[in-house]
Design a protein around this ligand. Structure first.
Ligand code: COA
Length: 338
């Protein structure tokens, strides 16, 4: 079922920010580790390099910087933030990393929590935050997508390790009495296909006391059936986006920007071609960051806002997809500055 915001209060996108690690690893460098090469990776994925969190960096610091940049763009006093949602599958603390970000931001009036939906996480978190705003119970929210998949990648598996990188992005959204910036959205899950892409816990049990064992808290590296995930994305993303466009009677040619989860250039191209959206309207920074999971959408948004490709009032068609399996789409207007 497609939902729209159906709220008395509209939502406005007023700020965005991002932060990425310093260390860049290019495809040729990866070729020193596994049997791969720049030509293969570029032609199959569009990825040229990725960023990897190093010893003096942390995901929480990146997420904090991304959030702070979004708050600065929105020109907010941090004390006016009501809600912080951190979309991540790679928290530094399994109990949640968002409260630490709230404390770093000195956003003492905000409630903060993590949300996990893998590469769809940012979109799921955005829609979740929008409910609090639409209900009138909160006015300002920061939604962060941040992931450090490089700590869960098997760096000896060339089929997966070339794809992922680390990063963080954020948006600042607030209630508005003017036009609702979030036109509509839809979110979906299909756990029956979850085996295609996962980061499972290991199944190790250790002796606890006589006659009882306890499970060891430990995770296995990312496992992926690349072809299945590819087929899922190129099938489901056009369907969910197409249904949303139909519902709001928006023609694909009215879209200013196609902003998809950055997983593979071939997926971006395939979705764009289904709607005859020209390549100039397809946002892509895969070449520099690879797949940063929950961070890709706000990272790309921030880049395109700050270099003034995205202008105030532009209509953005957005879709995220990934492990779960989970996927979603949203249509929104950028209301922020630049
Ligand atoms: N370098 C060189 N060769 C590689 C390689 C690499 N990094 N990875 C795989 N290969 C080889 C394979 O071993 C295989 O060789 P073989 O034919 O001798 O067995 C060949 O390339 C083709 O592999 P295949 O897995 O069929 O490639 P593909 O065209 O499906 O591309 C992906 C692989 C991963 C790029 C592609 O399936 C994909 O992008 N899937 C979606 C993944 C994704 O986006 N995941 C995250 C979603 S949020």
């Amino acid at each position: 079922m497609i939902r729209n915001s159906q709220c008395e209060t509209g939502i406005s996108f007023v700020g965005c920010g991002s932060a990425t690690p310093k260390k860049i690893i290019n495809n040729n460098q990866l070729g020193q580790r596994v049997d791969t090469n720049d030509e293969w990776i570029q032609s199959r994925t569009g990825i040229g390099e990725r960023r990897v969190i190093g010893e003096n960096e942390s995901l929480i610091d990146l997420a904090t910087d991304a959030a702070l940049n979004a708050v600065k763009m929105a020109n907010w006093d941090v004390k006016t933030i009501d809600l912080i949602i951190l979309a991540t599958s790679t928290p530094e603390d399994l109990f949640g990393s968002a409260p630490k970000i709230q404390s770093n931001l000195k956003a003492s009036n905000a409630v903060a929590f993590d949300l996990t939906a893998a590469c769809s996480g940012f979109l799921f978190a955005l829609v979740t935050a929008s409910q609090y705003l639409a209900s009138g119970s909160m006015k300002r929210a920061v939604v962060i997508g941040a992931d450090q998949l490089t700590k869960w990648v098997d760096w000896d598996d060339r089929k997966t390790c070339v794809l992922f990188g680390d990063g963080a992005g954020a948006v600042a959204i607030e209630t508005t009495d003017n036009q609702d910036g979030l036109i509509g959205y839809d979110l979906k899950s299909d756990g029956s296909k979850g085996g295609c892409l996962n980061l499972f816990q290991s199944n190790i049990f250790l002796d606890l006391v006589q006659g009882a064992k306890h499970q060891k808290g430990e995770y296995l590296p990312i496992k992926m059936e690349g072809k299945e995930v590819y087929k899922f994305a190129v099938k489901e993303v056009p369907i969910i986006l197409g249904e949303l466009l139909d519902k709001y009677q928006i023609k694909p040619e009215s879209i200013d920007w196609l902003l998809l989860h950055q997983a593979n250039q071939r997926i971006l191209d395939a979705v764009a071609s289904r709607f005859s959206i020209p390549s100039e309207k397809v946002l892509s920074n895969l070449k520099h960051y690879g797949n940063t999971s929950a961070a890709t959408i706000p990272l790309m948004l921030d880049e395109a806002v700050r270099d003034q490709r995205i202008k105030p009032g532009d209509l953005i068609a957005c879709s995220g997809f990934g492990a779960g399996l989970s996927w979603g789409a949203a249509l929104f207007f950028w209301h922020g500055p630049y």
